[in-house]
Design a protein around this ligand. Sequence first.
Ligand code: ATP
Ligand code: MG
Length: 565
Amino acid sequence: MGAEDFTPGLNFIRNIIENDIKAKKNDGRVHTRFPPEPNGYLHIGHAKSICLNFGLAAEYKGLCNLRFDDTNPGKEDVEYVDSIMADVRWLGFDWGDRLYYASDYFEKLYEYALHLIRTGKAYVCALSADQIREYRGTLTEPGQDSPCRERPVTESLDFFQRMRAGEFPDGSYVLRAKIDMASPNLNMRDPVLYRIRRESHHRTGDRWLIYPMYDYTHPISDALEGITHSLCTLEFEDHRPFYDWVLDNLPVPCHPQQIEFARLNLNYTVMSKRKLLELVDKALVRGWDDPRLPTIAGLRRRGYTPESIRAFAESVGVAKRESMVDMALLEHCLRQDLNKRARRVMAVLRPLKVVISNYPEHQVEELEAENNPEDPGAGTRKLPFAREIYIEQDDFREDPPKKFFRLSPGKEIRLKHAYYIRCDEVVKDAKGRVIELRCTYDPESRGGWTKDGRKVLGTSHWVSATHAVDVEVRLYDKLLSVPDPANEKEEKDFKEYLNPNSLEILKGCKVEPGLSEAKPGQYFQFLRQGYFCIDPDSTASIPVFNRSVTLRDSWAKIEKSQQDK
Ligand code: ATP
Ligand code: MG
């Protein structure tokens, strides 16, 4: 590609596509596909691929197929098929009527294999898997020909048909492409096309005893679907010559172009389905949708929105070089999105009771509170205020350090949307732990402002003790305690780096009464605590909230919104 063909601002894949359109390649069509193997749940790396494939198709008024690359019976399952479809839809993409399965092509793939045998491009080989590896050679040494390489075409045809018919045991024979055992590219040294496997397939049942390899299946599936640009991750770069070889040697309808891009890596987590499966199988997490996992299902449960994940995929872009993306970027994208749409509410995670001794017993006031300062259309709500409230334990110190801008004996703070209170007395239990504060309020400070404009140390959130709803709150931290286990000096199993504090469960949290109505799919900002959503473990008596992400600078923000008034 010459420099004149490079349009700045476009990623390299868009560049290729635009040049293809200009050159009228594929009649100017753009047709991509997302080809997951249904052997696990999708993760954020797949989301990048989904956004890229469906996004490019939409951008160039083309099409994107969903295709299950299901050539590996045993590891695959309908549970995964269903979850993948749900996740792609949830991310906001639609494959229309173009849902395909590689297994639907088994018969065609078989016929194409016969074609390769007939044209002398494939042969049935009796070497074992270990022998094939030995014969393959190394990066510096050429391989050796299999003793079966010159098997006559008629014999290979006969053997291949009998492999299908079930005449031979598993592993006894394979079908191999006949390319070049001396190729500098190991993938071209007569790769295996078919193996015998007596395993039930989640779609074809026991109909097949031979299964095609991924590298053989993929280019043909792409061609049968009229794919124009076949995007995959970098590890397939060395497989591209074989991708092209398959298409060049078969009478397929078209020859899609394979384009590789760097896979997404995120720090402090794991992103291979094998590792994720291990965590799930060994119950080291609570399932594929554990909010600590980078699976789409986990992120959704955690409170991530499809919009935030799409924005993240866009912001990481596509490149030809592997890199590690900071988890903070993903969190940033979620904050950006939730800041606009999450209703602000008050929730006290670690409650400390406050009795306002000069507030009339049995009196309840309804105070007005804004729902979202970022969105005036979100309106206001009424908050009950009464003599007994809860504040956050952290918002009080008996012996405050110098820069402690919250409540302590004799000091005054503002209760958000309510009144100024001053701490008069500290009540302790037998062990000397603070269990209650006695405060007085300034009746002239309703709404949180005084006429004399006197300054307070800070603003606390609170809830009325009699009106609060008891909830459980789950706080999450990084799944791994190191950013990149592969880069640690000591090479340990990734599981040894699991962060033991990745989940903290708080019971007996107190939230404002309206939250008893909270529903899945609603997003909340608990003032100063972060963004939260309802977890499916919620019951009618005890709602459970997940913290989706913390608020950076929460304190500064509240102070600022107060000053701005
Ligand atoms: P894993 O390595 O996590 O097990 P995989 O590549 O085996 O994933 P597939 O189901 O084959 O999983 O992936 C479907 C599509 O998603 C492929 O096109 C693959 O290249 C892409 N993909 C998988 N992981 C990533 C990633 N981390 N970043 C970008 N794309 C990815
Ligand atoms: Mg794969």
